[in-house]
Design a protein around this ligand. Structure first.
Ligand code: C2E
Ligand code: CA
Ligand code: CA
Ligand code: CA
Length: 281
């Protein structure tokens, strides 16, 4: 039994070794990719749930790997965060999103995801200000999406960061609400304009006996009382959209309206004037 145990251990450890090796290779590639401009932004429409009108988009980064094809951010963002590459990557995303948005007609808003690691750096407000100044984008057209995990850090520093960002005139959204481990105490003072309801609450919400609808209703009530908008993420079907509308969620993002699209496609739609999308699914 002992020998078998050791055998299993060896097998496992070589697996781990392989995983570490893969990760190092990916980290190297990521460094190159940033330098070679292999990153791209996709934009997913955020739609007003009652009128079907597009009010903005969320920028989602994609890595066009020469051999592996398109790599998803959930795969490489954690690597970028650990390898200190989230700085150049985050700055590139911010700059590119502002640059694109400044060209869109109709005042579409752009939302950019900010990693908690970026949020912990005191230079963030300067980086945001520089992106706005360099592109001429009006600050109220930029929304920064921040997860509640930032509240696990030093609270005085967190408060200072919020104040500095708000001072720039940008909007702030609380991303993946309810999926972290924070208390709700931070809502007393954090100046969010919007709460994003994570896909995990939407999934299954239309099934019989699911408690998710009750949870979503409670989030909507909380947001309304605090004068914040709500966006439900990951709405895929008309049934889900119907429920989300009944629950009073103000905005929707999901395949039921649109997958993330390229900048060019966005410009075409936006140029046509007020842009509405007919939901399907
Ligand atoms: P997120 O911020 O929660 O973004 C929403 C994710 O849900 C996106 O995945 C989007 O493509 C996907 N999605 C949207 N609608 C639907 C739907 O109807 N069904 C399904 N199944 N999925 C839907 P994506 O683009 O793969 O991004 C994954 C995560 O990576 C994001 O989650 C965000 O946390 C992170 N991320 C993406 N871009 C950036 C970035 O520029 N910077 C940072 N720091 N993180 C980013
Ligand atoms: Ca987000
Ligand atoms: Ca997120
Ligand atoms: Ca999410």
């Amino acid at each position: 039994a002992k020998g078998g145990g050791r055998g299993r251990f060896r097998f496992y450890s070589s697996d781990l070794h392989q995983a570490a090796e893969d990760r190092r290779a990916l980290e190297e590639d990521l460094r190159d990719a940033l330098a070679r401009g292999q990153m791209e932004l996709s934009y997913q429409p955020v739609v007003h749930s009652q009128s079907n009108m597009v009010t903005g988009v969320e920028a989602l980064v994609r890595w066009l790997h020469p051999e592996r094809g398109i790599i998803s951010p959930s795969m490489f963002i954690p690597i970028a965060e650990e390898a200190n590459l989230i700085w150049p990557l985050g700055e590139w995303v911010l700059r590119k999103a502002c640059e694109d948005a400044a060209r869109w007609p109709g005042g579409l808003r752009v939302a950019v995801n900010v990693s908690p690691i970026q949020f912990a750096n005191e230079n963030l407000p300067k980086i945001v200000a520089n992106a706005l100044a360099a592109t001429g984008l009006s600050p109220d057209r930029l929304e920064l999406e921040i997860t509640e995990s930032v509240f696990l850090g030093d609270s005085a520093e967190t408060a200072r960061m919020f104040k500095a960002l708000k001072g720039l005139g940008v909007r702030l959204a609380l991303d993946d609400f309810g999926t972290g481990y924070s208390s709700l105490g931070y809502l007393q003072s954090a100046p969010f304009d919007k709460i994003k309801i994570d896909q995990s609450f939407v999934r299954g919400a239309t099934e019989k006996g699911s408690r998710n609808a009750a949870i979503i209703a409670a989030i909507v009530a909380l947001a309304e009382a605090l004068d914040m908008e709500t966006t439900a993420e990951g709405i895929e079907s008309l049934d889900q959209l119907d429920l989300i509308r009944k629950l009073g969620v103000s905005h929707v993002q999901g395949y039921v309206y649109s997958k993330p699209v390229a900048d060019g496609e966005l410009v075409e739609h936006a140029e046509a004037g007020s842009w509405t999308i007919k939901p399907s699914g």
